[in-house]
Write a protein that binds this ligand. Sequence first.
Ligand code: SAM
Length: 212
Amino acid sequence: MRLRNIPCADEAIRNSAFCIGEPQEHQGHWQDLFPASQPLHIEIGMGKGRFLMDSAVLNPGISYIGIERYSSVLYRAIQKMEQLSVPNLRFLCMDASDIDSVFATGEVERIYLNFSDPWPKDRHAGRRLTSRQFLARYDRILAGNGCIEFKTDNQNLFMFSMEELNECGWKIRAFTRDLHHDPAMNEGNIMTEYEEKFSSMGNPICKLIAER
Ligand code: SAM
């Protein structure tokens, strides 16, 4: 997702109470930023943040951090947050390739990857958020019982992700190629912006849950 450049976005992010600047300084201490010490879930590539805002309101016993690299996209999430009171959600404006300098070993209990950019060219495979390069980073920051939840409507990216997870020794705990018609996996599903858009076009939604 890329929005046209919004000139005030960088400044709004710097001044927002919901966005954490200098995230490396919080490595190993993310709990201190939240009202309670509780499990930490992150979404990488959160876009405008609908999934996280709905999740945080529904689950006050979980702390959430959303990561988005484009300030013009994150700016939209900040604007929405100003109308909500969600103490258990914060944002980081950064590229997730640095994620293991931001979270300590085992600090994160769950990673959500929702409708990640597909990067269809082979030479860009390492940029996919389910590539082995990213899986190695997730392996470092996830707790022992932690997991990845990945949703996409892109069949090629889903296949690639299953293969990468298998190659890297992860276990696929559950998967479906049609989430919205799979009652067990769809139970409690929280829709993302892209999920709504693609499912309304008739695209089946794939989901997997992976652990080590
Ligand atoms: N998760 C949202 C949803 O499902 O509606 C947004 C999906 S959008 C297709 C993917 C988002 O991931 C974009 O906003 C993009 O900027 C962000 N993104 C992609 N690669 C990223 C990276 N390496 N680090 C941080 N954000 C990234």
